[in-house]
Design a protein around this ligand. Structure first.
Ligand SMILES: *Cc1c(COP(=O)(O)O)cnc(C)c1O
Length: 408
């Protein structure tokens, strides 16, 4: 399928190009000594991860450890309450450790093992990526250093406990605002010192090349499985596919299965409290081109041109940019990006819990809310929602801030 001049039959061969660009987005904007480390990872990725042995190892791990394939559930009661459109959910909440993040962490850690590295290094904000990587490190017997701001360490006590139980070393970052941005800087500094024995594992389709490509490729298992399962269940393709977009990894994985199909694709960003800068994290909707954290993409900037403060009820979505591939697909128009605010998200959170017996992550509830909206607009057809994770981690927060909501 050719869309606005881009041939999606050969898309994954051509995007990113060999320098890591999706159109004008992506690239490698880092210090020279780290460029060598990135080149080593890129080179290893193309030789090791395309080898038959790596592919069969990863396939076995996905099945025997992660519990893949995750199912697709037909959301029958929710659909019936809205009209004739049928809603379906790809159940990444049932992936081991409760979200899609383990899909790329297992891939990255297996690559580390093949490369002979002893350690994986990463930053974490809310702790979800740290927990997924600590899980992968434990499985492979790798050391694991997770950099985390002291503010986040206090806020995310259960995830800090999980990481420690899994054997990870949680490194406290105390300078600046002591949150995600400082943790990213500290983790990169550590990596620059230690790259001979370690590998950096990013949490989404972000950062310098090859990470946006590598994470997308490891996450594409979601979309590939989903397409096959959906066709088997219903005899046809879905009319629409929906996923939430923070950095964009669960969306990139899901979309990878459907980019070359006549399917409408929607990426949903968090509108938070509203469209004023600082009240949301809808970078593709309201942002502009810029470079941060080693790559060129669309981002939210403050008046000085620095990454702007962002907010969302979902801590996994509050990042001031999105992966370069999303910026590219946005400009191309192949994926439509739209927003859902906190209120609509919380409503969808309770609606899915009450009507289907599935408590979604607040991040995933953004996609559910948009699926509900689409169902009301479309009248007929089908919508496949990527349910990126389960809501156990959000329980206390929701009860404390919203109480138990009645659904109308
Ligand atoms: C981290 C997270 C997200 C956001 O990350 P993406 O890279 O945008 O997918 C979404 N859902 C869940 C459950 C998460 O843990």
């Amino acid at each position: 399928m050719i869309y606005n001049g881009v041939d999606f039959d050969t898309y994954f061969k051509n995007y990113p190009d060999k320098n890591g660009y999706f159109g004008k987005y992506g690239g490698v904007y880092i210090e020279p000594e780290l460029k060598a480390a990135m080149a080593e990872i890129t080179e290893s990725y193309f030789t090791i991860c395309k080898s038959r042995k790596f592919i069969s190892d990863l396939r076995r791990i996905r099945k025997e450890f992660q519990g893949r394939p995750t199912p697709i559930s037909h959301l029958e009661r929710l659909s019936a309450s809205l009209g004739n459109v049928q809603l379906y959910a790809k159940r990444e909440d049932l992936n081991h450790s409760g979200a899609h993040k383990l899909n790329h962490c297992m891939g990255e850690a297996l690559l580390a093992k093949y490369m002979g590295k002893k350690k994986v290094i990463a930053e974490t904000g809310a702790g979800q990526h740290g927990v997924a990587l600590a899980t992968a490190a434990a499985y492979f017997g790798l050391e694991c250093d997770i950099y985390m701001g002291s503010v986040d360490i206090k806020k995310q006590a259960p995830n800090v406990a999980r990481m420690k139980i899994l054997g990870a070393n949680v490194v406290e970052v105390t300078h600046g605002l002591a949150t995600l941005k400082e943790a990213v800087d500290a983790a990169f500094e550590a990596y620059a010192r230690e790259y001979k024995d370690s590998i950096y594992c990013i949490g989404s389709v972000l950062g310098p090349h090859p990470f946006p490509m590598m994470v997308r490729d490891f996450q594409s298992v979601v979309g590939i499985e989903a397409r096959e399962q959906f066709v088997e269940m219903t005899g046809e393709l879905p009319d629409a596919v929906v996923a939430c977009v923070g950095g964009g990894s669960n969306a990139a994985g899901m979309f990878a299965g459907f980019l070359n199909d006549p399917v409408d694709i929607y990426g949903i960003e968090p509108l938070g409290r509203g469209p004023k800068l600082g009240d949301h994290a809808a970078s593709l909707m309201y942002g502009e081109e810029g470079i941060m954290h080693g790559f060129n993409s669309i981002m939210l900037k403050d008046e000085k041109g620095e990454p702007a403060p962002v907010y969302s009820v979902a801590s996994g979505l509050d990042y001031p940019s999105s992966g370069p591939e999303h910026a590219f697909l946005h400009d191309l128009g192949r994926v439509k990006y739209d927003v859902i605010d906190d209120e609509e998200t919380i409503d969808a959170f309770f609606r899915l819990s009450r009507m289907e017996g599935i408590i979604p992550a607040i991040e995933s509830a953004h996609a559910v809310a948009y699926g509900i909206k689409l169902a009301k607009q479309m009248g007929t057809g089908s919508v496949l929602i990527n349910l990126s994770g389960r809501g156990d981690k959000d329980m206390d927060y929701v009860i404390e801030n919203y109480g138990i909501r009645d659904i109308k």
